[in-house]
Ligand binder design. Sequence first.
Ligand code: GDD
Ligand code: MN
Length: 395
Amino acid sequence: MIVKIMMALGLVLFGFYLGYFILMRHKAKGWKPLHASGDFTPSVSIVVPTYNEEDMIIHKLKNLMEQDYPSNEVEVIVIDSASEDGTVELLVRFIKDIRGLKLRLIRESERKGKASALNNVLKHCSGEIVIITDVDATWEKDTLKKIVLNFSNPNVGAVTGRQILLNPDQSLATKVEKTYRSVFEVLRLGESSLDSTPIFNGPLMAFRLDLLEPISEDSIADDSQLAVKIRKKGFKSVYDPCAVFYECAPSSFESRFIQKVRRGQGLIQLFFREREVLFNSSYKKFGTIIFPAEFFMHVVSPVLVFAFSIQFLYSLFMVNPYVFVNLAIASGVFFIVLTLMKLDIIGFFSSFLDSQFVLLVSLVYYASGKSQHKWMKISEVRELWKKENQMTRDL
Ligand code: GDD
Ligand code: MN
């Protein structure tokens, strides 16, 4: 009986992931974001949230000043939540000396988290398009132009850009992240093509100002919450692989785990809060296919994978030959299918297990009611960035 349940569980999981991935890969090929040549340069407000960012904030602002975009259409607003380091002093000095960039600093007297800061800053934004970007994300010269061009399509309400890792092969942890990102890319492209994607990259995202509304103050996945809200209003929330930003991934498994569990908890919180979208046909394919699939991957699947693993270990200890034969067949099918799909089997599998384990822990965190909307930044990522930056300067 147990063996049968285990096999059924394995089949459900394997069938679901294979089916969704094939569908998304097929759809991804048809996704062409709208950014052909031509001039489309509406006014933009670039929002940079900061909390203790003295190491990178000036670099970030200089990077924003290098954008290939009419400067009279750009305003940059830094919203700082009571940083305790030198961030504010650096900003005040920089604003005094700066020419040719509309730059403002809004200071909150208390830190309530990134989501709360984003809610506060909205009333200060005057651009038709609002771009939100993290301090530790560096843009290409044409990133702004490209992300904004998506809005020349009136159906598009929100856009997120593509992360390029600066240290993909630095360690085992960054290699796992690299594989995760390659799957992430296929899913975001496929979902954008099919309808909309509920999962956004917080380091670079853009919205129509008139569609933005405050989000929950304790939101951890502010990015994805905004994407879902915009889709619910009937506009598309899409991924543009041509609008890129560079970022470092944590190189140790410890830092990676901390960051991933927080992000996982944020997505789980979002999927529960927005559950009315589940199988809701008024949201078309977003409600009937995409949201349920993502809900399954983030909430249901980690529990099933955990149950499967326990059953698997139990059967191993019971030394049941029937299980071995079935497992041998299942693994054979698994390897053949992945090879046919030209996937890096080991990388793919370890990245899958890693993300499922992280999500299981995130679920436990979520259930315990501990909110992480005021998180500790990963200093390791900033240190790495400094090193990387030194390296490119030395070249
Ligand atoms: N104003 C303000 N207030 N800014 C904050 C606060 C706060 O309480 N906490 C963090 N920030 C700022 C940081 O200074 C940084 O510019 C940005 O928010 C992102 O913080 P990170 O610590 O770098 O977050 P992350 O890289 O782990 O997570 C990012 O990606 C996630 C997944 O896409 C963020 O963008 C998350 O919001 C996002 O969910
Ligand atoms: Mn970051």
